[in-house]
Design a protein around this ligand. Sequence first.
Ligand code: NI
Length: 232
Amino acid sequence: MSKKTTEPSTGVSAEQVLARLEAKLEKERKSAKSQAFSNAVRLAEGLAVNDIPALLEIVRLGHPTLRDIAQDVPSGVLGTPTFRSFAGSLLNTMFDSDGVGLASPQVAEGLRCFAYYVPSWDEGEDYVVPPTVLVNPVLHLEDEIADDWEGCLSIPEMRGRVPRAHKIHVEALDVDGNPLSFEATGFHARVIQHEFDHLEGIIFLDRMTSMASLCFEPEWMRYILRNQELTE
Ligand code: NI
């Protein structure tokens, strides 16, 4: 089992982070596009968002925040209305873009938190893992590796095969600062590792051991997904 740790980050105070987040949310709330509201956000466990979450701009590969190491969310930020609103906006933006995960650096905020969920492919069931926001996470990776397809909202329209630990142990905080500790396997573990990488300035292309599988999404659906469905 290997452990991922990060350097303690310093420098920016809770007040500075809160002022920055509030300015960002205020700007987005004023724009017409922020009126969208995903019902799924209401379902997010332990996240009672009172106001309409903003729809944030997702930055793409080339934006410097995607290559920076994100800063720990300061304890003074946890549980504040501004941070809860930001977390709700991350979830809202993720759903609006049909993603299953969205990390704070992807909305140009270098904070160690991300939104994700695991959808269910069974009819009548919305998800396997409900919409969740993890804060200041630490991952412990087990040795067994699995290879599967990934994409990223900051690298639109592309898919590639990425090796990831099949099973991980996660320690993190929720938006209010309560400690969380759980195990994740398979796709759940994959999503968390992908989002965690964003906090380290790492993208899925960096994790690919060969570029041979890299493809555009329409071609992936046409030549790979269809073949997979036919053989299953
Ligand atoms: Ni991504």
